[in-house]
Design a protein. Sequence first.
Length: 249
Amino acid sequence: MMERSLALQGAVNCRDIGGYLTTDSRRVRWGRVLRSDSLSELSTADRSALGASGVRTIIDLRHENERRRHPSRWDDQVPVRTHAIGFIPRSGQRLMDGVRRKTLSRSAARELVLELYRELPLEHAHHYARLLHVLLEADALPALVHCTSGKDRTGFGIAVLLSALGVGRETIVADYLLTNSYQRDLAFMVGTDVDPEVLAIVKAADAEYLGAAFDAIERTWGEVHQFIRQGLGLSERDLARLQELLLED
């Protein structure tokens, strides 16, 4: 699990989602989809490494304001298509404001994170539908999906993608929790004069957080496959093509 990290200096949570087994004993292809935190602090060596990985598509889940304040640093000699389909969940904005102003208790911060995850499938399904449809475009792969910390917006998006590929929930949660080994310093977002215990709650990948998103899916659609079909609008043909592109026997 740990070896999937690309060990970049400026994007500490950049890693490959390849190698995971599906419930029907197929395996996710290596080198097809990367998940990452912000690309705004990439070193020269980082840019070379990502260029060598063959990435053709970048899916940026950061809001326009985040992209403007911290533009990605990419090697101009490496042609990529960037899809800026980002957003900030309502609870995410309240969370960041509360951290900066030091108005949140630990319990209030945790509840806001849980609410953020409930919002992801309910209020941002169209963003995740776009993510999956981008991956289906001709010559889109290899692709890199990222946000600021690579945990929440990206974490849920990768969880949905792995679900669509047939990877089991336990493995999906384990991949999500790997972010705890590659936590990004969020001082550039919230400053340094913050409650460290509250910030730790915000930065953590917690199985209960991702579970809140899946609970919201199951209450609304019954199960994740129906969410992918109805909530995201993927046809069975789309799913079969996605699996053909990203799975090996």
